[in-house]
Structures are given as C-alpha cells and as structure tokens.
Design a protein around this ligand. Structure first.
Ligand SMILES: Nc1ncnc2c1ncn2[C@@H]1O[C@H](COP(=O)(O)OP(=O)(O)OP(=O)(O)O)[C@@H](O)[C@H]1O
Ligand SMILES: [Mg+2]
Length: 441
C-alpha cells in the first residue's frame, strides 16, 4: 500500500517551515546589509570585502545544497508515490480479475477499456480483442439500440448505480454467436467529459433453466389437478345420472306398485307394514335425490347456476339450522356462464357451506352471487368462530385447496379471510370467459 512520511513527521515539517522561511528572509536581509556595508567601506577595510565574499560563497553553496537536497527528496517521494500507486493498481486489477462476475468498463463512446478474466471466459473473447472494441459486440443486434440509449440516459440522469433490465431477462452475445441470459448492474464515475461506465454481469443460464423447468412443472401440475377434477366431475355426473334416472325410476315404480297393493289389502297388520314400507320408500327417494344432487347437481345443467345455488343454500339451511340469506340478481344475467365456470362456482359454494356446517358454529350465513365486470362473483360469509390463520397449512384439508386450484385454473381468485361481522368470509371471482386451456369440468 502507499508508504510516504509518517503523519507526525509531516506535522513537524509543517510547523518547521514558517521558521525556516523567516530565518531565510532574515539571513538574506542581513547579507544584503553586509554587502552594502562592504561596498561602502570595503575600500578601507579589505578584510571586510574578503569576509563578505566568503559569506556570499557560503550562502550560495548552502542555497545550492538546499535546492539539490530538496529536489532529491521530492524525486524520492514521487518515486515512492508512483510505486504505491502501481501497487494499488495491481491489487485492484487482481481483485477485478479474480471476480466471479464479468466486469466491463466502457468510456463515453462505449468503447471497452476494462475487460476482466470472467468476462473473457463468459464471452469467449481474449482481453486484447475486447479492449478498444465497442460494447455492442457483446449485445445481440436486436437489443443494441435500446442498450445504447439506456446507457446514455443513465449518464444523463447522473445516478451512480442501477440494476439493469428491472424485471426483464437481459441477453448477451458470445463471440461464437450464441446468446445467453444475464443479470447486470451498471455504475458510472467521472465528470461529463471523461465518464466511465462499468457493467457487472452474471451468466444466469442455469438459474433461468431451473426457473423455466419449475414454471413448466407448476403448469403441468395445475393442468394435472384440473384434469383430475374434471375426471372426478365427469364420474360424479355419470353416477348422479344413474342414481337419478335408474334408481329413481325403480323406486317410483316400487312406490306405484306399493300404492296398488295398499288399495287391495284390508286394514290390519299387513296394511300397517305396507304404510311403513311406503314411508321408508319416501325416505329412500329423498336420500337418493340428495346423494345425486351432492354428486352432481343436475339442476346446474337443467336450470342454471342461480337456481342450483338457490336450492343448495335452502337445503343447507334446512339441514344445518343456520339461517341463510342468499342475494342474487335476476336469472337472465347468468345465461352466458360457461359450464366449467358454473361448476367451479357451484363447488366453491358447496364447499364453503359444508365448511360452515362442519367448522364455523355459526348462526347466520350471507351468500352473494353476482355477475359483474365480466366475472362471476361469489361471497359466503358466516358469523361463526372464524378461521384459524394456519387453516390452509393442514395437508389433510383439501376442500379450500381444491376450490382454489379449480378457480385459479380458470384464471380466477379465491380469498379466505376473517369477516367484518366476525366469522369467515370466502370471496371467489371467476372470469366469465376463462382463458383457452381452462378445464372443462
Ligand atoms: N367457515 C369456517 N369457519 C371456521 N373455520 C373454517 C371455516 N372454513 C374452513 N375452516 C377451517 O379451515 C380448515 C380447512 O378447511 P378445508 O375445507 O380446506 O378442509 P376441511 O373442511 O377440514 O376438510 P375437507 O378436505 O373435507 O374439506 C378447516 O379444517 C377448518 O379448521
Ligand atoms: Mg372443507
């Protein structure tokens, strides 16, 4: 590192200088007086002339000695400073060269003045080829103009440091013509006429590959879970139809036969049994209807979302004892709702109500169903004990996760929060026209 005089010595030297200057001026004045005296009275006293001459020569010698000594000291100090500067520069160059990131410095014309070892390896370009070349050489042609403008703007704004590209992926160009993604920051030093820009950049090929793979996997998982939901929904529809059509008709036929029998048997024990059978048959028909409706609300297909939701809320209220209020607009507004959207909203309502029945201990529930701004909106609120903050973390609970998965796949959103009146509020929004590729449930 830089050596030079120790600070105490410099301080001492600084104190000494005014005395030396004052002494020099006093000595010079005395010498001038002596010279005048020697010239004035030297004719009578030759020894005075000789003394003056010797003194002049001595002063001249001392002056020359001082100048030579001062010159040598200055030269030695300059040499020491140069050595320290060289050492510092060598250390800086070693640090820059040992950096893992590529470091490239360009001047105002965007000509490269520094190109560290990592940059040489990253771009496959020796330092000697890079120095003096334009930075454009390492940027794909389609980005050059924008990049040049970016650096110029950066220079004008006067910011000292900035991340380049913000959220965009930047691309760089190797000498073999291949491109690779980078992450870069830029900094600047110097005045307006000799500004230097330093770009520090990192090859993020691996990270980008990993991110892309993760995104692909996530998309595949979403696709898979949507397909599973779709298959489940299809199976449920088939079973619901079988239950409703096949079993329902058989039960109706049984009921009719039983009614025929009851008309023909006299009052007594057998007639009593027949009445019990009729009551059991009524219960069975109700159960079959409910199971079929739970599996797949055929009403959803036959009557549409609003009526099916109405039936679901009413049925839930009756069975759970929770006082429910459903707010929904006139039916025609739901005309354009696609089948997969209607199914997702219906299932979300079904899950929310089931959760209220199972977990909330609520007395009231408020349900809002609307079509607004190109999306179906569903809100289900209760005045129960509220949902724990970590409710979604439970790996065994699938209801809310399934709801979210189904709605997200259609480009919608699900929010589960505490409700202003206490209890829980589930808010679901699904676009009326899901993006292409949405699952058809
Ligand atoms: N309305 C609610 N009030 C209070 N807690 C709720 C409510 N809804 C959900 N929770 C809490 O959130 C958890 C997760 O709900 P989720 O529907 O995902 O699973 P689950 O109902 O427990 O099981 P399933 O997978 O059968 O639906 C519940 O276990 C419950 O603790
Ligand atoms: Mg649940």
């Amino acid at each position: 590192m830089a050596s030079g005089a120790p600070p105490e010595a410099v301080a001492r030297e600084g104190r000494f200088k005014p005395f030396a200057v004052a002494a020099g001026i006093a000595g010079a004045a005395a010498l001038v007086v002596l010279n005048f005296a020697a010239v004035a009275v030297g004719g009578d006293r030759p020894w005075l002339l000789a003394f003056d001459l010797v003194l002049d020569l001595a002063v001249l010698g001392a002056g020359v000695g001082y100048v030579v000594r001062h010159g040598m000291r200055t030269e030695a100090r300059t040499a020491r400073m140069q050595a320290a500067l060289d050492e510092t520069q060598a250390q800086l160059a070693a640090i820059v060269d040992s950096a893992m990131d590529a470091i490239i410095t360009v001047d105002q014309e965007q000509r490269i003045v520094l190109f560290n070892r990592a940059a040489q390896m990253m771009f496959g370009c020796p330092k000697d080829d890079a120095l003096g070349a334009k930075l454009d050489r390492f940027i794909p042609a389609r980005f050059r103009e924008a990049h040049r403008a970016h650096i110029e703007r950066f220079g004008e704004v006067g910011e000292t440091r900035r991340r380049m590209g913000a959220d965009l992926v930047l691309w760089a160009l190797r000498t073999d013509g291949s491109e690779f993604p980078i992450e870069a920051s830029i900094s600047q030093v110097g005045g307006s006429d000799h500004r230097l820009f330093t770009v520090i950049l990192r090859d993020i090929t691996r990270r980008k590959q990993a991110e892309d793979a993760l995104k692909r996997q996530q998309a595949e998982l979403h696709e898979l879970s949507a397909r599973i939901l779709e298959a489940r929904e299809d199976e449920k529809t088939v079973i619901a139809r079988e239950l409703h059509d096949e079993l329902g008709q058989l039960l109706t036929a049984l009921k009719m036969d039983l009614a025929w029998l009851r008309e023909r048997i006299p009052e007594g024990e057998v007639a009593g049994r027949a009445r019990q059978m009729n009551a059991a048959l009524d219960q069975t028909v109700t159960s079959v209807r409910r199971i079929a409706a739970d599996l797949r609300p055929l009403m959803l297909d036959d009557l549409g979302l609003a009526d099916a939701a109405g039936w679901l809320v009413e049925d839930f209220g009756r069975r759970s004892g929770v006082a429910c209020r459903l707010e929904k607009p006139a039916e025609p507004r739901f005309d354009g709702v696609e089948r997969n959207v209607a199914t997702a909203v219906y299932r979300a309502l079904q899950e929310s109500l089931t959760n209220i029945g199972r977990h909330a201990e609520a007395k009231h529930a408020w349900i809002l169903l609307a079509v607004e701004d190109g999306e179906v909106r569903l809100e289900v609120e209760d005045d129960g004990r509220g949902i724990p903050a970590d409710a979604l973390a439970n790996t065994r609970s699938l209801g809310l996760k399934g709801m979210r998965e189904r709605v997200l796949y259609l480009g919608g959103t699900v929010e589960v929060t505490g409700a202003p009146r206490g209890g829980t509020r589930v808010r679901v929004r699904v676009p009326l026209r899901p993006a292409p590729g949405g699952a058809a449930a």
